[in-house]
Design a binder for this molecule. Structure first.
Ligand SMILES: [Zn+2]
Length: 255
């Protein structure tokens, strides 16, 4: 199984062991806002930390895949330098970046929209998937706004995950040909809610994750949701698609 959205830098090593025991082989760890991300210097330290985490998770048998980006809750004072820094990592073939993320909108102000657009451009330039955050507040409105921004670009919609989808926004996302991320976490989706969504929508367009962070977290959220799907009688081929195979396709992971 694959957790397609996590913040491994916030979690203890014991969590990776728990995940490995539950059958988790691969985890995407995304850049976020673990501190006040005030400048490109802070972003560089954060990005380096994410690469360092690969060895820590690897000791428990979990492969970490690094995703880099400027989270919409950040407002660095030197945005052009931050974007140049991000691009320098994307251009470095020695340490592959799996996707751009997490990026997105939090309140939808002009700064966030500009930062999102610049990063979508980088995703297109470097042929990388993008993982897009939607906020808790105003989720439907922000999801619409994100889709309208994405629609101004010529891009492969299968390389876009619009994340933290809920029962209302998932239809909007998959109907437009994008992938929807289902976040199994206290306060987001429960395993039972994920079951209902998977029953209703095209399973090829859905991926699971925990968004594990220092906020309330269930590190076994993906495994728990997959288990709930099997108990609900969902075919194994569908459970495998949403918990593993779709992520292989979208993020072009290599064994
Ligand atoms: Zn996140």
């Amino acid at each position: 199984m694959i957790d397609t959205h996590a913040h491994a830098d916030t979690r203890p090593s014991e969590d990776f062991e728990q995940m490995a025991l539950a059958g988790m082989t691969d985890v995407l760890t995304l850049a976020h806002d673990p501190m006040k991300m005030s400048s490109s210097v802070v972003f560089k330290d954060h990005f380096e930390r994410l690469f360092d985490e690969r060895a820590r998770a690897g000791k428990s048998g979990v492969r970490l895949h690094v995703c880099l980006g400027l989270h919409p809750r950040t407002r660095p004072g030197d945005l052009p330098a931050c974007l140049a820094l991000l691009e320098s990592y994307l251009a470095d073939n020695n340490r592959p970046v799996t996707a751009i993320g997490e990026i997105g909108l939090e309140t939808g102000n002009a700064f966030e929209v500009d930062m999102l657009q610049r990063q979508i451009e980088l995703g297109i330039k470097y042929k990388l998937p993008v993982i897009i955050h939607t906020p808790r507040t105003g989720k439907m409105q922000m999801t619409r706004e994100i889709i309208s921004i994405l629609s101004t670009f010529s891009l492969d919609r299968d390389s876009v995950v619009i994340d933290h989808a809920d029962a209302d926004t998932v239809k909007l996302i998959v109907d437009r040909g994008f992938n929807a991320g289902l976040t199994i976490q206290p306060g987001k989706l429960t395993p039972a809610q994920a079951v209902e969504i998977v029953k209703k929508y095209d399973p090829a367009r859905l991926v699971l994750n925990t968004d594990m962070s220092s906020n309330p977290t269930d590190v076994l959220g993906v495994a728990r949701a997959a288990h709930a799907m099997r108990l609900a009688g969902i075919y194994n081929v569908i459970v495998e698609a949403v918990s593993t195979k779709n992520a292989w396709r979208i993020f072009r992971l290599k064994i």
